[in-house]
Each structure stands twice: as structure tokens, then as C-alpha cells.
Ligand binder design. Structure first.
Ligand code: FES
Length: 208
């Protein structure tokens, strides 16, 4: 082999080595990136899990029409949120004589929801949407005189499983298998149009 030939061979080897080193470095960098990303992925999963387990859920109230109900999930439970008209709020006391626990003395709600409307604000109701009998999902029948429930029906909910009936504040009617009112979760209003489910003063202190 000539000198020129061996020089060319050496250059070829150098180039191959450079290529190998470049590939090896890139591979190492990629693995490093995966490892560097892992703690982030782990903490993201953790925060998603924490969220599912109990983080507060924020709801934009400006998107809910008068008389409309939406359902969100908090701590794996359905939460009913609905806007009551002034007429629906004014009609609540007329139900008292037909209710099992009109003053919510035996029922489960935060202190600020132990009132006629079982709510912080009269116009917004926030209820845990599982029947207090055996946990079915009560169906909304907000229209007074609903065809299915008769002309005296004042508006509220009926559970499809065994027929428990609740008024527009989630209070249970006499004759229902459920013995207490629908439960109320802890919540607060950071501003006029935002509802924060799962966080209030008591909840922040770990009391809820
Ligand atoms: S679960 Fe609702 S009435 Fe039985």
C-alpha cells in the first residue's frame, strides 16, 4: 500500500469513528432525556391522581342558564349544580310540612348550607348527586306539575331505583325510602362567577 493509500484509509477510519461517536452521544443524550423526563412524568401522574382523589374542582357559573343543571365529578362523585329562579327559591318553604328533615338537622351539609335552600347562595344549589337510600343517581324533574309526578309536584328530583323524591334543595319527601336529604359538599365562591367545589374555609383547615 502506498503512503497516499494508507492516509486515505486512516481518514476513512477517523470519519467512521467520528460518526460512531456522534451516534453514541446522541443515543446517550436521548436516554438522558428520557431519564430526566421520568420524574416529571411521575409527578404529573401523581398530581392527576391527587386531582381525582380530592383536589378542588372549579366551575364557571356564567355558563349555566337559569333553571339549568350541570353535573361535574368531584372525588369520584357526581355533583349537581343548578341555578334556581327566585320563584323556585320562594316556593321552598311550602314543602316543609311534607319533608322528613326540613331543617336538615339529621342531614349532611356544611354549616353554611344548613338553611332552607341548603346553599351558600339562594340561586345556586350544589348537591352530591347520589341518592341517600342506596346510592343511585336521582333524575331531575324541575318542572312543577311534572307529568310523571303529578299536578302537586313542586319540582325537584326522583330516584329511578326505589322512588325517593327530593325537592329543589335536595330535601327528601315523606314516603321515600331515603331517610335524609341529599348531601352537600364543601364549596366556596372565589368570585361571583366561579364555584370551587371541595374547598371552603373549613375544608382548608382540614375539617371537611
Ligand atoms: S337508591 Fe334511591 S331510592 Fe333507593
Amino acid at each position: 500500500m502506498t503512503d497516499a493509500g494508507s492516509k486515505a484509509d486512516e481518514q476513512g477510519v477517523d470519519q467512521d469513528r467520528r460518526k460512531f461517536l456522534t451516534v453514541a452521544t446522541s443515543a446517550t443524550a436521548a436516554v438522558g432525556a428520557v431519564f430526566a423526563a421520568s420524574p416529571f412524568v411521575a409527578s404529573w401522574k401523581l398530581s392527576e391522581r391527587a386531582k381525582a382523589l380530592g383536589a378542588p374542582v372549579s366551575v364557571d357559573l356564567s355558563k349555566i342558564e337559569l333553571g339549568q343543571m350541570i353535573t361535574v365529578v368531584w372525588r369520584k362523585q357526581p355533583i349537581f349544580i343548578f341555578k334556581r329562579s327566585p320563584a323556585a327559591v320562594a316556593a321552598l318553604p311550602a314543602n316543609d310540612s311534607q319533608l322528613k328533615d326540613p331543617q336538615s338537622k339529621e342531614s349532611d351539609q356544611p354549616a353554611y348550607a344548613t338553611n332552607e335552600g341548603r346553599s351558600r347562595r339562594p340561586d345556586i344549589a350544589v348537591l352530591i348527586g347520589t341518592c341517600t337510600h342506596l346510592g343511585c343517581l336521582p333524575k331531575q324533574h324541575f318542572e312543577p306539575g311534572d307529568a310523571e309526578l303529578g299536578p302537586d309536584w313542586p319540582g325537584g328530583f326522583r330516584c329511578p331505583c326505589h322512588g325517593s323524591r327530593f325537592d329543589m334543595a335536595g330535601r327528601v319527601f315523606d314516603g321515600s325510602p331515603a331517610s335524609v336529604n341529599l348531601r352537600v359538599p364543601p364549596y366556596s365562591y372565589p368570585n361571583d362567577t366561579t364555584l370551587l367545589i371541595g374547598q371552603d374555609d373549613a375544608a382548608e383547615q382540614g375539617a371537611a
